[in-house]
Design a protein around this ligand. Sequence first.
Ligand code: BEZ
Ligand code: FE
Length: 302
Amino acid sequence: MTTECTSVSTTGLTEAVVDSFEGTPDPRLRELLGSLTRHLHAFVRETEPTMAEWERTIDFLTATGQTCTDTRQEFVLLSDVLGVSMLVETINGDRGDGDATESTVLGPFHMTESPARALGADLDLVGSGEPCVVSGRVLSRDGTPLPGAVLDVWQANAEGYYDVQQPEVQPAGNGRGLFTADGEGRFWFRTCVPSPYPIPTDGPVGDLLRATARESYRPAHIHFIVSAEGHVPVTTHIFVEGSDHLDSDAVFAVKKSLVQDFTETDDPVLAREFGIPNPFRHARFDLVLKPLDTNTLDSEGP
Ligand code: BEZ
Ligand code: FE
């Protein structure tokens, strides 16, 4: 087959596929499929994959799906390392919201319900890491405290593994807690100082990182989903100031405003309250939610 013949046979192909979606009743689905078709076809025209390369692509996507289980989400990981999760999260999470807490990626390890815990509880069920206290307030954008706000918190242990990655080693729920802020919007809990860790590299996404000589590490962080009545929930992390990989996160999820000091603190009274040796590390920060009507007001303009 000559090149000329190939180009003649694909003339109008893109528009034919786009047109095939014309009858889609949902206008948004029609728009998404039309745009996907145009971008995919443009990619193929530009890069001209060989049949072997296309088969390898299909094999890669097949393996990605086959690697997913109840406790592992390889497609989320793929979206993360391609920067797509961060793009979607940012487009949806941050619309000129001023001083509201910025969002970042959910990641693949929020796959299990966090156990409800009392304020002050310890997330480090096996006491394996350097103890620290995390505390602050959940506020509305105008500074009003949000009593009863719910904080879903999860983190890897001091060695950099989530409970679901080590079911034989860590008790279920290690590093996880669902907290309810007190009457003044305050929260506080104990945990271990998180460490940087590599994202899972024993699957197809790991193959991709190795083939492209890319870093697999994430900087030390704690995940939060914070929600309160009348407010837009935020999915975010708090990163540990000074952690390695803050400038080279494998999933591009660091935002400067989310980096917090885990300050060495000399406070024997608080240490006794939390049952940890003094001095100890203490991360203090507020989490700020935007009211539910903000998006409407922003999009309506003055
Ligand atoms: C995480 O922080 O849990 C994570 C996020 C994206 C990819 C892998 C892990
Ligand atoms: Fe994480």
